[in-house]
Design a protein around this ligand. Structure first.
Ligand SMILES: Cc1cc2nc3c(=O)[nH]c(=O)nc-3n(C[C@H](O)[C@H](O)[C@H](O)COP(=O)(O)OP(=O)(O)OC[C@H]3O[C@@H](n4cnc5c(N)ncnc54)[C@H](O)[C@@H]3O)c2cc1C
Length: 404
């Protein structure tokens, strides 16, 4: 008889896992989502998918998957390959870009070092006088996270996955050290395997089982400003490593956010908003955003007086080392976790789905599972002060470790 598998959480990670498990014919699969698909962090994600040489395979998984899932689901994901323009204000950043350019080219992507005055043709907001160089990485692009989630879900349904919205997991049922099912607000479900893909809320859900995940939520934000001139959808996204800011076109204006050097950890139970938090945001935090806004104006002087269309302060969950928590939980047989994607969950959804399917079916993993081992922080995961202190540095630290 087919194994019964339950995936908890209908964000971009849970839906990807459900589809990948169905493709791998891993069992009889049900996904439960307590609200509607995408209601957690996924709906307000900026949706950038950024290729870097040091994460080539995991990002390539995204590129391949975007095409495959859109075709199988017959559903657009909003995937648009715009390329990404790296802006260097310092010789150090320029040297790094000069090192990356041949790697991107060798990987088969467009890659051009461009003089700042010529980069204005790609992004009319740039002040070329503050830059020492730019690099166009042609591989990167953007997706609509809600559409991608819907596509994963639709493709999963077509392969027989049952998706139950408005179905909240209350407790994982365990007998004799083995997973036996799930208690929900809509009755009990039996299961041989349960995968917790609840994003921010994963730590709280597992706490009653004496499992403490090393993840904590932080404020994570971007703003959208109307610009003059209006920007084309096809404009390359940008990143300025010297300023810790990134962005892209959105509704003909500029969306830009930051890799915060001192992120604000959430003063909330297990680092997560209350359970009713769905399609919701945190309060605007202009004090925290201020320095990054000033840096953006230095790069793009026209932003100084540009009206703000929206401030999106969404919670996202981080780990101390910027790698997710993904794999089996040693404490209980048949219990798995896939959470804490450190502001990269849309990008890494394909990687997460593939890796989880490999682990569950016992196939040789296509990716090395060791960096994501949910147990790698040991008892420290229970030390809230330590965890929050570390996690506050993850958005910027991890970004710089990967990108510079
Ligand atoms: C401002 C911002 C910008 C970002 N930009 C990018 C970007 O450019 N590129 C990128 O790759 N990533 C980006 N991210 C990160 C990305 O959005 C997240 O990593 C990703 O959405 C996480 O997906 P998830 O499925 O793990 O979590 P979620 O989307 O939060 O999904 C978890 C789901 O579980 C459900 N759930 C929780 N508890 C229960 C329960 N008890 N029972 C049933 N269901 C439950 C929730 O309702 C939710 O729908 C950004 C994030 C933020 C905040």
């Amino acid at each position: 008889m087919a194994r019964k598998i339950i995936v908890i959480g209908g964000g971009v990670i849970g839906t990807s896992i459900a589809w990948h498990l169905a493709k791998a014919e891993a069992g009889d699969i049900t996904l439960v989502e307590r609200d509607k698909l995408g209601a957690g962090t996924t709906w307000h994600s900026a949706g950038n998918i950024t290729w870097m040489a040091n994460s080539d395979r995991s990002i390539r998984a995204a590129f391949d998957t975007l095409d495959e899932v859109a075709k199988e689901a017959e559903q657009e994901t909003g995937w648009l390959r715009t390329g990404r323009l790296y802006l260097a204000r310092t010789a150090q950043s320029l040297a790094w870009m000069e090192g990356q350019a041949p790697l991107a080219e060798a990987a088969g992507f467009e890659s051009r070092l461009i003089e700042p005055r010529d980069a204005v043709a790609l992004n009319p907001l740039i002040d070329p006088d503050v830059l020492v160089g730019t690099w166009l990485n042609g591989a990167s692009g953007r997706v609509n996270p809600a559409d991608l989630t819907a596509a994963y879900a639709r493709a999963a349904r077509r392969r027989g996955v049952t998706i139950r919205e408005d179905c909240a997991a209350k407790a994982v049922r365990v007998e004799g050290g083995k997973t036996t099912g799930l208690a929900t607000n809509d009755g009990d479900l039996s299961a041989d395997l349960v995968i917790v893909a609840c994003g921010l809320w994963s730590r709280r859900l597992l706490a009653p089982l004496d499992i403490t995940l090393a993840q904590w939520g932080c404020e994570h934000f971007y703003i959208i400003q109307r610009t003059d001139p209006p920007l084309p959808r096809t404009m390359p996204s940008f990143v300025s490593p010297d300023d810790s800011i990134y962005g892209r076109e959105e509704v003909s204006g500029l969306l830009f956010g930051c890799f915060d050097t001192d992120a604000l950890t959430l003063e909330l139970d297990n680092g997560a908003p209350p359970d009713g938090f769905a399609f919701s945001l945190l309060d605007e935090n202009w004090d925290q955003f201020g320095p990054y806004g000033e840096r953006a104006v230095r790069l793009f002087p026209g932003l100084q007086d540009a009206p703000v269309h929206r401030f999106v302060n969404g919670p996202e969950t981080f780990t101390p080392d910027g790698e997710p928590l993904l794999g089996p939980l040693a404490e209980i047989d048949g219990l798995y976790v896939a959470t804490a994607f450190n502001s990269g969950g849309v990008t890494y959804s394909a990687y997460a789905g593939q890796l989880m399917a490999d682990l569950i079916t016992g196939s040789a993993p296509g990716f090395d599972p060791a960096p994501c081992d949910p147990h790698r922080f040991g008892d420290k995961a229970a030390d809230e002060a330590w965890l929050r202190g570390k996690v506050a540095g993850t958005p910027a630290g991890h970004y710089h470790a990967r990108h510079t």
